[in-house]
Write a protein that binds this ligand. Structure first.
Ligand SMILES: NC(=O)c1ccc[n+]([C@@H]2O[C@H](COP(=O)([O-])OP(=O)(O)OC[C@H]3O[C@@H](n4cnc5c(N)ncnc54)[C@H](OP(=O)(O)O)[C@@H]3O)[C@@H](O)[C@H]2O)c1
Length: 367
């Protein structure tokens, strides 16, 4: 078995009982091996009992300790999370979300927004530390200002109008974060947030679940459908490897000084979009892509029914391709103080490309 765990995980402080929503998802299923091998007990919230055995096998395969893993059945979209039994966690890591383009607004509201608020209430009832998982665009003040969003005043925002601009998923993530922080503050919950960039596969195995945005990009380049690079040579899709992120999450919950901290988990050495596409193309043995197409032209084409099929991307995903740079000094300081090594992002993209398969599983999930 390849050792996929981050180094130096034998020096954990106090072991904790960590409840994980989104346990069966791409990030969750890579986080449990790291948490359990660091000595923490994990309570995985799952929707279907049949997911338990598959997840336990996966945790074992990935070097974690399935003996430290237990399950609770629940559903973010149900009142009070639809929990079938009581839980008493020390920490809740809230990864669960409906993550897809063209998301049904009712599903987004019930799962991503209302579900997150129920997670905050659960943390308050158990005096548990809460780790919210947002997304890197939540740290982009220019983007929030352009949308007219003040995160401290979610009631003043027309969220339907934001959805029309950003897409339902992104709007629901911003609303969910803003409301969860307000409620956590009101209820006196100790909280922190981690904001991941777009996920790259595991830096060693290249594992990247189907449905992940980078997986879709790899599929498009490998199939030869990527005729031009969206945007200019300054555009990029900031990435973070899943093993880097899980190391950050695990160390973050062990940090006693985290209350109110919002940590951006983004590798600023991620290539430009053109370099990324060509790294994938070269690794996959495809011709390089040289032409560029303006993002505005792609948005226009996607709005025209006859042209839409010719554009191998979605309107929502274009919003994540940016020219903005991000401040990662807090992440660098965090990595230094906790001895976290940052994997080489270019190699991780190559590994993700090599590991890509049309049969990749979307998570544990189909059961
Ligand atoms: N991946 C990225 O590029 C990225 C970047 C930034 C932020 N994030 C955030 O990171 C978190 C995890 O992302 P991911 O990539 O791991 O997503 P994912 O692979 O799509 O997993 C989503 C998880 O949420 C669970 N879930 C969905 N609806 C649920 C419901 N109604 N009740 C209970 N659980 C439900 C899924 O459970 P089932 O298996 O039962 O469907 C699954 O475990 C999300 O909050 C996402 O917004 C992701």
């Amino acid at each position: 078995m390849v050792d996929t765990l981050p180094s130096s995980y034998d020096d954990v402080g106090d072991a904790m009982k960590v409840m994980l929503t989104g346990a069966t998802g791409f990030i969750g299923s890579w986080t449990i091996p790291v948490l359990t091998s660091a000595g923490h007990d994990v309570i995985a919230l799952i929707r279907r009992p049949a997911q338990a055995a598959t997840l336990s096998d996966l945790v074992s395969e990935r070097g974690g300790d399935p003996e430290r893993l237990s399950y609770v059945i629940g559903d973010l979209a149900q009142p009070e999370l639809g929990l079938t039994e009581s839980v008493d966690p020390d920490v809740i890591v809230h990864l669960g979300a409906s993550f897809a383009w063209n998301l049904d607004p009712d599903v987004a509201r019930a799962t991503n927004v209302e579900g997150s608020l129920d997670v905050v209430r659960l943390a308050a009832r158990h005096n548990a530390q809460l780790v919210l998982i947002g997304g890197y665009m939540l740290t982009n003040q220019t983007h929030l200002d352009e949308l007219g969003i003040d995160l401290a005043r979610p009631d003043d925002v027309d969220w339907a109008a934001i959805s029309a601009k950003t897409g339902v998923y992104e709007a629901s993530k911003i609303e969910s974060h803003a409301r969860a922080v307000c409620l956590a503050t009101e209820l006196g919950v100790t909280w922190q947030a981690i904001h991941p960039a777009t996920l790259c596969g595991h830096s060693i195995t290249g594992d990247l679940a189907a449905g992940q945005p980078l997986n879709d990009l790899i599929a498009t380049v490998k199939s030869g459908r990527m005729a031009a690079i969206p945007g200019s040579r300054h555009h990029w899709l900031p990435l973070v490897t899943v093993d880097h992120l899980t190391a950050v999450i695990t160390r973050a919950i062990e940090d006693p000084h985290a209350h109110g901290r919002e940590l951006l988990a983004l590798d600023d050495r991620s290539p430009s979009l053109g370099e990324l596409i060509n790294l994938i193309a070269v690794t996959a043995g495809r011709p390089r892509v040289r032409a560029h197409v303006p993002i505005g032209a792609l948005r226009f084409a996607l709005a025209v029914p006859g042209l839409r099929r010719a554009v191998p991307t979605s309107r929502e995903s274009l919003g994540f391709i940016r020219t903005d740079r991000f401040d990662v000094t807090a992440l660098e300081a965090f990595e230094k103080s906790f001895g976290i090594d940052r994997p080489d992002i270019h190699r991780a993209v190559e590994a993700s490309t090599r590991a890509w398969s049309p049969e990749s599983r979307s998570s544990i999930l189909i059961s």
